[in-house]
Design a binder for this molecule. Sequence first.
Ligand code: ATP
Length: 642
Amino acid sequence: DSNAQILIRFRNSISNNKALDNWVGNETNLCNWTGLLCHKDQTFYGLRLENMGLSGNIDVDTLLALSTLTSFSVINNTFEGPMPELKNLVNLRALFLSNNKFSGDIPDDAFEGMGRLKRVFLAENGFTGQIPKSLTNLPRLWDLDLHGNSFGGNIPEFQQKDFREFNMSHNQLEGQIPQSLSNKDPSSFAGNKGLCGKPMNPCHNSGDSNSDGSNKSNNKSVIPSHDSPQRKGKKHRIIIIIIIVVAVVVSASIVALLSILNLRRKKLHPLTLSNMQENSKSSAGNKESQSIDLTSDFKKGGDDGELNFVREDKGGFGLQDLLRASAMVLGSGSFGSTYKAMILNGPTLVVKRFRHMNNVGKQEFFDHMKRLGSLTHPNLLPLAAFYYRKEEKFLVYDFAENGSLASHLHGKNSSVLTWPTRLKIIKGVARGLAYLYENFPGQNLPHGHLKSSNVVLDNAFQPQLMEYGLVPVMRKSHAHQFMAAFKSPEVSQFGRPNVKSDVWCLGILILELLTGKFPANYLRHGNKGGNSNNNNNNNNDGDLATWVESVVREEWTGEVFDKDIMGTRNGEGEMLKLLRIGMYCCQWSVESRWNWREAVAKIEELKEKDSEDEYSSYASEGDLYSRTMTEDEFSFSRSVTN
Ligand SMILES: Nc1ncnc2c1ncn2[C@@H]1O[C@H](COP(=O)(O)OP(=O)(O)OP(=O)(O)O)[C@@H](O)[C@H]1O
């Protein structure tokens, strides 16, 4: 039978099917039928029969004859009775039965063999009994919504680690929430009176615990703590302590605020660069603080402790302006603190303190800084000046109003970073990098510290690279420990950066831009804390590229992308191309990793929109989920050779 014949048979098996009256004709106009989902090439892949008042019987045998059916939705109709037996629909990727009147227990094996299922929505029905165990080991399950039913008993242990959407609220579930789900939002479990354990209230033992003292599997021995009077008392005590702590903190803040206001009244800046100097003096220890007057050292023209301008225009400020500028701390990176300095009636600048910049002598340092200051490119944040002392250096850059790429990608409004904006950013980064390579041809690592917090954005989201070209002046041990390029596999394995180590950083930056994932979280060994992409340990055997590769190999290509760009229409093909570029830049083996010219050239070729004939199958919802790279398109060697 043709798909048209099968579908008409299916329609006829449903009651109240008026909404499907236009299901007439044959294969040629199939994709115009109400509720049918088709790819751009007109192949049918799903039924979206939502809000149509449909009821009666769902004829699964007929659905089985639709070999290309991967998505089935009857959300918000009035189907009733037990859940249809769907497990033979082994190609199904998405199942939406929410907001109907289905009822009764779902057999434990109801989803057995449905290895491709990614999205299961059974919410707002009348399902009872235990959550079916076969849901717990569907390898690709990503969205699970069971809220608003009457599921009871314990929540089974789920094998899946990552859910995008997960909701079991408003059922009658009880017992301890399995450890694997303890990182979910508490709202996912709300409205289940019998549930306890992280992220809900702690459980307490009713006294009927297992012989080994655990309460993991003995549902009856575990009850939510809010039932216990002792716990209630404890809770009250905790609340009182919290109130006292908050009161103390508030009073301390008020005192601090009053002192600041008082300082202001005395016409003193709360934090000025002079203050910063004094702070640094006292933290340097007694001996040093007695012998060095840092405030007076911070003046132009002296031998030690001088502010040196490296640009012709000088930016319209002098040392005294900088000393008087009110300043605030922007953050504290691996080299020291970074300050924003607002010069009265002058420019706003960023002053970054470096404590380990003593790899070269004074003259060499001055020469190098002058060289950096002479670089001009729209995608490089210009170095304005530097302040030299033997023990520490300050580099003064222009301030970028729009902050760093990292703060946008991992902050609250990452949605401003649309695909076209991300493409603009990576093209700018590539151009800035190419300029550096052309100007430092003999150097191993012209950038050396490329990462998203060192890419700042102007008001038009044009990127500018910062902290470039610092490797030669940085103390070697510190560079090894903290600079981004030293996190490449060749450094982890052999301790030697390579001319392609910057390319590795570019690859990681590309993958961060596309996935929205924070690279430091994918380093398996090492310090994941702080706002830096660095860790303190070079023995990392994991990275963002390994994660991307594993997701893509599992045929989850669409799911690799950041949620803010995932729905991009007509750009998916180009996004995939950039993903591949990122992966070629992240080849572990230096030989097979692209060189910077190749990477930059490929990035330049990218467009915002897919060309007409290319990737035409990305037309409708869910397509990106089903589109995967072939082995050929995505064959990478992840072994390290040198
Ligand atoms: N010129 C600038 N304009 C705007 N924001 C900036 C500028 N320079 C730095 N920042 C921001 O200030 C914060 C602190 O920067 P800092 O360089 O100290 O930390 P980092 O880049 O995370 O670490 P690292 O010391 O390894 O470079 C970061 O969020 C950074 O993006």
